[in-house]
Design a protein around this ligand. Structure first.
Ligand code: GLA
Length: 380
């Protein structure tokens, strides 16, 4: 923390007004459902992006990233689609979107540092956006961090920043997770009704742990595959005569003529049901069932939605073969991370088995780590 403040002083010649931070996330279940008006169940990771910030008297954003080793300066009136380019668009985009939402926000000086792994499907971009959104909300006296409603409004701004300025087509789950999650809880999100619930998620109390396996297979949401899946869902919904797949059901989906659209839509419909089933299993403290649902979700993402890859499949299979109750890819897919529900005393053994399996397959070393459900964005 003190290094961050020292970097801030070095960059801008004065001390920051404060530090704000926001977490990365893993989604327990409910994948590729957010943009289908569906359900998702993320938790916040302990890993966070920290933003040292101070308020400016003008409408200029100056932002330095420790990871990029770069400082970008931009007038907020000049922010637009794809402007500025690269990582700074996520930061500038948040301030742009807050202003577009009518919030009285001006310039900031910002220094960013993060321990959320990049490109690992753990929402490093949402952590970046939400740390800055939290800072801007506090520094401009908006009071939006006080409750879930205000936080959801900030999440919407961060979502617009990502879609409209950084031009990464994402569905909104990551930003809500980063802003609204609470320690020891998963966040049940309903993208149709807008309702949210904090679901107790205490694995340690049941002798269990959540192992996150960063496969190191790099994923990118801007490579077109994610957008293609979204388009398929829209086409399936249109063919079914509904506004979104949430409004359809399995019987109708199985009658779709196009085999690809049928598989894509089947994943979405069954995955939404699996979220409900997971919440019920958590309430009943039936973790064997949660494990089964994780596995069913993975199979659906692999076979019907076709967003898994060799590394994710290997991580899931190896985790289950070495003692996990269940495992699945998490996030957008095409690389990134898997999660496994494991007995706490098997964390080391499962991690070692996954490392070994990757070495045997000639793949780059994965990075497994245990994670507990942590807190959303806050002033540090
Ligand atoms: C990415 C997107 C999210 C969501 C997931 C898939 O993480 O950012 O909005 O669509 O993929 O569930």
């Amino acid at each position: 923390m003190s290094t961050l403040i020292a970097t801030f002083v070095e960059q801008f010649g004065h001390t920051p007004d404060g530090l704000w931070s926001a977490p990365g996330r893993v989604n327990l279940i409910g994948e590729h459902t957010d943009y289908n008006d569906g359900l998702a169940l993320p938790i916040a990771l302990p890993q966070r992006t920290v933003a040292a910030c101070s308020r400016r008297v003008d409408d200029v954003l100056r932002v330095h990233s420790v990871a990029a080793g770069e400082t970008v300066s931009v007038d907020l009136d000049e922010v637009g689609p794809g402007r500025p380019v690269g990582w700074a668009s996520y930061v500038a985009g948040v301030l742009w979107a807050m202003r577009a939402d009518g919030l009285p926000v001006g310039g900031l000086d910002v220094v960013l540092d993060s321990d959320v792994p990049l490109g690992a499907g753990l929402s490093s971009s949402a952590a970046l956006e939400c740390s800055v959104a939290a800072a801007a909300a506090d520094l401009y006296g908006l009071g939006l961090l006080a409750d879930d409603e205000g936080r959801a409004r900030l999440a919407a701004a961060a979502d617009r920043a990502e879609n409209e300025i950084a031009l990464a087509p994402t569905g909104g789950m990551d930003q809500l997770a980063s802003l609204l999650c609470r320690p020891g809880h998963a966040l049940l999100l309903d993208f149709h009704s807008g309702q949210r619930a904090h679901v107790p998620f205490d694995l340690a109390g049941h002798g269990l742990a959540l192992l996150v396996i960063d496969t190191r297979a790099r994923h990118a949401l801007v490579d077109g595959q994610y957008a293609q899946r979204r388009t398929s869902c829209e086409q399936a919904a249109a063919a079914l005569g509904v506004g979104s797949l949430r409004a359809s059901d399995l019987a109708a989906v199985e009658c779709l003529k196009d085999a690809t659209l049928r598989r894509r839509a089947r994943h979405v419909i069954t995955e939404i049901q699996r979220v409900l089933d997971t919440v019920s299993a958590l309430e009943a403290e039936d973790f064997e069932r949660v494990g089964e649902l994780f596995l069913a979700s993975h199979a659906s993402l692999r076979d019907d939605y076709e967003v898994s890859c060799q590394e994710l499949d290997l991580a899931v299979e190896t985790a289950c073969a070495s003692g996990a109750l269940g495992a699945r890819m998490t996030g957008g897919g095409f690389g990134g991370s898997a999660i496994a529900l494991v007995p706490a005393d098997r964390v080391e053994a499962v991690s070692a088995a996954v490392r070994q399996a990757f070495a045997v397959a000639g793949l780059a070393a994965p990075h497994p780590f245990a994670a507990v459900a942590s807190s959303g964005a806050a002033r540090s």
